[in-house]
Write a protein that binds this ligand. Structure first.
Ligand code: DX5
Ligand code: ZN
Length: 231
């Protein structure tokens, strides 16, 4: 079904597509400036990829950087925690100014407890599914979460190719969200460009993370890059 008609049918739940540039592809020497530039260029959220060198094979940023970026935008800071365990750092990211905290079930040890802690901190709670993690992992937490993040690459690096096999998972999760009647965002992360954005939206995504596709070409291109992802 074309994205447009599906969107109309699912008007109860699905929101307009929002774009969340991943600052992993930004110039790290000028992060504040880069966040302001994508904010002004039309970004809806700012996606922050936190990696610990253990849960994923890369190391990025911690709460101090989130805190430093907070004054540079009023848009939601969408913090994707690719760290294990995540629990010892939830309070620090919340205090630093994160709006959304997303964790992976495999980060352990108790996903439900982690979600409860995020909610107790007054933040929106997300669960992220790696390419090999089934939608079934959401079975007993769907009532407690605000966002589902489907990884369309293996987490750890920007610039990888979109895994088309994840489209079926996005479709299945879209059906479950619609059946639940809850306002749960369905975000897709990895390998998003104008073409894969269109396919992810058609499958039911309503938030798209884009690093490479947002930051290519320099600041003068950011507005056009972001606009080109809206489907
Ligand atoms: C991968 C990260 C992504 C990544 C996306 O582990 O979670 O957010 O930065 O980068 P692109 O858009 O370049 O695939
Ligand atoms: Zn991410």
């Amino acid at each position: 079904m074309p994205a447009e008609s599906r969107r109309v049918n699912d008007w109860r739940v699905q929101q307009p597509v929002r774009i969340a540039p991943s600052i992993l592809s930004a110039d790290f020497a000028r992060l504040g400036e880069e966040v302001r530039a994508v904010d002004e260029a039309g970004a809806d959220w700012i996606h922050v990829d936190v990696m610990d060198g253990q849960f994923v094979p890369n190391l990025t940023i911690g709460p101090a950087v989130v805190k430093a970026l907070r004054p540079h935008t009023t848009k939601p800071l969408d913090v994707h925690l690719m760290i294990s365990p995540a629990d010892p750092f939830l309070d620090a990211f919340a205090e630093a100014g994160a709006d959304i905290l997303t964790v992976h079930p495999e980060a352990g040890p108790h996903l439900h407890r982690t979600i409860q802690r995020i909610k107790a901190l007054g933040k929106r709670a997300g669960v992220s599914l790696n390419p090999a993690t089934p939608a079934k992992a959401l079975d007993y937490v769907l009532d407690d979460i605000d966002l589902i993040l489907v990884m369309s690459v293996n987490p750890g690096f920007g610039g990888q190719s979109f895994l088309s096999g994840q489209l079926r998972k996005i479709e299945a999760i879209r059906k479950r969200i619609d059946a639940s009647g809850k306002a749960i965002d369905l975000e897709v992360d990895g390998g998003i460009d104008a073409e894969t954005a269109r396919r992810a939206i058609a499958a039911g995504a309503d938030v798209l993370v884009a690093g490479t596709a947002t930051f290519r070409g320099g600041a003068g291109q950011y507005a056009a890059n972001i606009a080109g992802l809206r489907g």
